[in-house]
Design a protein around this ligand. Structure first.
Ligand code: ATP
Ligand code: MG
Length: 222
């Protein structure tokens, strides 16, 4: 196993050659229900048994019930520095605070929901600058502390078969690894590697979201 990765010990590691990279920002993006929060929780669990994790929740999506289903224990919660944010300014503040923590993983689920609430035609430039500043700081934190940072990212439709990340070029620039998640059907999800520093783009895996985690999708006869 590569030591520069945080392994989830789940199927998603196969796409990432062992797990999410330490020292970089990994971005899981996709529509509602595509599995972003599940993956964020799975990597949180992979870290929390031994080390502290900062979990920044911008939508109130952290479910202790789901955390326990995935294998988390009551005592693991003590290792989670949980922050529920309600506006974009708070997000800027928490990113600054993260410079001084000793966590071994930072999760922001999602990085753009408060940004999307805040942005309008008058403050567009300023809010985009703020987002870029947050990501620049996160990137420095990841590199200096040699820890993985996982962010999740909503998308919007460009046309009937094309989606775009909220935060677009800013998100694409600062995320060293981009994984697109697609819903295939009720349980089945597709994860596609869209950007990686050391792996070929376009690699895919299919997985199912199950009661206790994610599993390789079962073979299907069409
Ligand atoms: N116990 C479970 N068994 C099977 N599937 C589950 C279970 N718990 C959650 N799921 C599935 O996980 C999916 C939701 O995944 P998740 O919350 O990770 O999506 P998301 O991409 O974060 O969505 P959003 O953008 O709304 O936050 C739903 O399809 C739900 O049915
Ligand atoms: Mg979610």
């Amino acid at each position: 196993m590569l030591t520069d990765r945080l392994s989830s010990k789940k199927i998603i590691d196969e796409l990432l050659d062992g797990g999410v990279e330490k020292g970089a920002i990994t971005n899981f993006y996709g529509p509602a229900g595509s599995g972003k929060t599940n993956l964020a929780l799975i990597f949180t669990l992979a870290c929390v048994k031994e080390s502290k994790v900062a979990f920044i929740d911008t939508e109130g999506n952290f479910s202790t019930e789901r955390f326990f289903q995935l294998g988390g224990q009551e005592e693991d919660l003590k290792n989670i520095l949980y922050n529920h944010l309600s506006n974009f300014k708070e997000q800027t503040k928490i990113v600054q605070k993260l410079k001084n923590t000793d966590v071994k993983l930072i999760v922001i689920d999602s990085i753009v929901s408060l940004y999307r609430l805040e942005i309008d035609k008058d403050n567009y430039t300023e809010i985009n600058k703020e987002l870029a500043k947050q990501l620049s700081s996160l990137s420095t934190i990841a590199r200096e502390k040699k820890i993985p940072i996982i962010i999740t990212n909503q998308v919007y439709s460009v046309n009937s078969d094309e989606i775009e990340l909220s935060g677009r070029d800013i998100m694409k620039y600062w995320s060293k690894c981009l994984i697109e998640l697609k819903k295939v059907d009720d349980n089945r999800r597709l994860a596609i590697l869209r950007k990686h520093r050391s792996l070929p783009e376009g690699e895919k895996i299919e997985f199912e979201i199950t009661k206790d985690g994610i599993e390789k999708a079962k073979f299907r006869i069409f």
